[in-house]
Design a protein around this ligand. Structure first.
Ligand code: HEC
Length: 141
């Protein structure tokens, strides 16, 4: 009654085998995992940080590039990284980089700090900004 016709079964098995054979190739094309799966937001944020890396580092061995080092920036006073020559706009800032301030700045740098020379258009996607700030929060510890 439930006898399966051999031909379709063989075809189905061949299809499954093909799908399996394709898997390792697809996996190899992905970038290496960057953080434990327990913090997927951090992994996503680390990928977002690629947009900042032309000018910023979170490596303490690289205190500054075009922009100041951002290791431990969450909670840090704005415009006070020793040895970095800020614009007067940021050097004279009187606030801390809370997650909320960072979120607004990464969205529209010049609206939060008028006169900054950070030449960056901003990240419009709120989820991308949130992930990036979660990642920055893990740096400098
Ligand atoms: C084209 C270069 C460039 C890019 C790209 C860039 N920045 Fe900047 N960033 C700067 C410069 C230059 C400053 C210093 C601005 C000033 O003095 O007004 C700065 C300052 C900052 C500050 C203030 C740090 C402090 O010590 O107060 C933060 C936070 C920051 N950037 C975050 C980011 C993030 C996050 C990204 C990526 C989404 C990014 N920046 C992309 C050049 C850049």
């Amino acid at each position: 009654m439930t006898r399966v016709h051999p031909a379709p079964l063989a075809a189905a098995l061949a299809g499954a085998a093909l799908a399996l054979a394709a898997l390792p190739a697809a996996t190899a094309a992905q970038p290496a995992p960057v953080a434990p799966a327990a913090r997927p937001d951090v992994a996503k944020g680390k990928a977002q940080f690629a947009r900042c890396m032309a000018c910023h580092s979170v490596d303490p061995a690289k205190p500054r590039g075009i922009g100041p080092n951002l290791a431990g920036v969450v909670g840090r006073a704005a415009g006070k990284q020793p040895g970095f020559k800020y614009t007067p706009a940021l050097a004279g800032a009187r606030f801390k980089w809370t997650p909320e301030k960072l979120d607004a700045f990464i969205a529209k740098p010049r609206e939060v700090v008028p006169g900054t020379n950070m030449v960056f258009a901003g990240i419009a996607d709120p989820a991308a900004r949130k992930a990036l700030i979660a990642y920055l929060g893990t740096t400098g510890k």
